[in-house]
Design a protein around this ligand. Structure first.
Ligand SMILES: [Zn+2]
Ligand SMILES: [Zn+2]
Length: 420
């Protein structure tokens, strides 16, 4: 095998593959499980830094506007009310829902801010051919935090809130809403054009070639979980603590304690899923009455008020997605535990599906928080976030962590053991 063509290990099935050339059309897919190994870059590497830097600066300006101005303004019974994202977080904070306040802050403000400032910190000096200090650590953080940035889900939450609020009051979308819509497009453009391999080559040059040359008969190849570099570990040191030579993440042949951690998280999520569906996620009080809304009654309300498409969207995001995710993770855990040979490619696809859909369950949390932060008209109508929303938020976080803890290569390890 020539040493100058990169050998990569598929992060979903662990198969070693050699990339001889980049195809003209489309990305390089794993020949066994169909996972994307390398994305085709549409922008020349020399222009990629400048291009990303422009997008990042624009996105940061949009993030600032989106957080300074109100997202929504409403007029009801002579009262004019407005809400920014910060006021949503501070509402939860002052109502002693610290977990939800932290979750909403992280997914709507914290994660996008860390992601964009991290990229600015890297790309501004790189534009002037200079590698900033701690570049590797910063880029590692930017990659890790990406899973928690949920602006597109927040946008859907805002749209659902507008429909729900328009039944109660006149809704005026704020400047921040337009800034949010643009911000989502810019972040999507950054993620689709960001050349990860090019960034690693700039901030940690030569690591790929060095790793390949060190490969001898006494070494074992280990794929880095974070940067996906194929690292060599000498067989005597395979049990000890090894770090990736490129991003310095601890190396493990498979995610440590994957099955136990994933099982514990799935059980915890399944238990909390019961109060999340039975307890009210939103409490509406006014004129001496108080009424709690569960997730299902919220969906039925939308359906009965003639918003069928929205009712279907909320039903899929808040009820189908968590249920499907818990069922898929349980299926994966059971089949891996039983060393099943059943449809490994399809099970790997199911795993990728759980990673893709999990975040959309956050819609209901965003809707409840926005409504509660806006409708606070003492004596007329007060909306509060119910305790069910805290349980539901915990289910979303636990299922995301469970999917992260599961190592899909365990599915294929069982297949290889039988073939040997
Ligand atoms: Zn694969
Ligand atoms: Zn690494």
């Amino acid at each position: 095998m020539p040493l100058n063509t990169p050998i990569i290990s598929c992060h979903d099935c662990g198969l070693l593959q050699q990339i001889s050339h980049m195809p003209e059309d489309g990305d390089i897919k794993c020949c066994r499980c169909d996972s994307t190994l390398r994305k085709r870059q549409r922008i020349e590497p020399s222009k990629s830094i400048e291009h990303t830097l422009t997008l990042v600066i624009t996105a940061l300006v949009l993030l600032l506007i989106a957080n300074t101005y109100p997202i929504l303004q409403i007029e009801a019974e002579g009262h004019a009310l407005s809400s920014t994202l910060f006021s949503c977080v501070s509402y939860l904070f002052t109502h002693e829902m610290l977990f939800l306040a932290g979750l909403v802050f992280l997914t709507s403000i914290g994660a996008p801010l860390i992601q964009l400032t991290g990229l600015l910190y890297l790309f501004l000096p790189l534009h002037f051919n200079h590698v900033p200090p701690y570049a590797i650590q910063v880029y590692r953080w930017v990659r890790t935090i990406r899973a928690w940035s949920m602006l597109e889900v927040l946008m859907l939450g805002i749209l659902v809130s507008i429909v729900k609020l328009s039944a109660l009051a006149t809704v005026i979308p704020g400047i921040a809403l337009a800034a949010f819509a643009l911000l989502i497009l810019f972040i999507a453009a950054i993620l689709s054009t960001l050349d990860t391999e090019m960034v690693w080559e700039q901030i940690a040059p030569d690591t790929q070639a060095r790793e390949t040359q060190q490969y001898t008969i006494n070494t074992q190849l280990v794929n880095c979980h974070n940067c996906h570099l194929l690292c060599t570990v000498t067989t005597e040191h395979v049990q000890g603590e090894n770090c990736c030579s490129r991003c310095q993440t601890a190396l493990h042949f498979r995610k440590p304690d994957s099955l136990n951690r994933c099982t514990a998280l799935v059980i915890a999520a399944a238990v909390l899923y019961i109060p999340a569906n039975l307890l009210p996620v939103m409490v509406v009080s006014g004129m001496g009455t108080s009424e709690g809304d569960t997730i299902m009654s919220g969906v039925l309300y939308l359906a009965s008020s003639g918003d069928m498409p929205l009712a279907i969207i909320v039903f899929i995001a808040s009820i189908c997605v968590p249920t499907i995710k818990l069922l898929i993770l349980t299926l994966l855990l059971v089949t891996v535990h039983l060393k099943s040979q059943w449809r490994a490619t399809d099970r790997t696809r199911l795993y990728r599906l759980t990673e893709l859909i999990g975040r959309w369950s956050m819609v209901d949390i965003f809707v409840d928080t926005l409504m509660a932060a806006l409708i606070q008209i003492e004596g007329l109508m007060v909306i509060e976030v119910g305790v069910g929303a805290v349980a539901f938020g915990a289910v979303v976080v636990l299922t995301i962590l469970a999917a992260m803890a599961f190592d899909p290569r365990l599915i294929w390890d069982n297949m290889e053991q039988v073939n040997e």
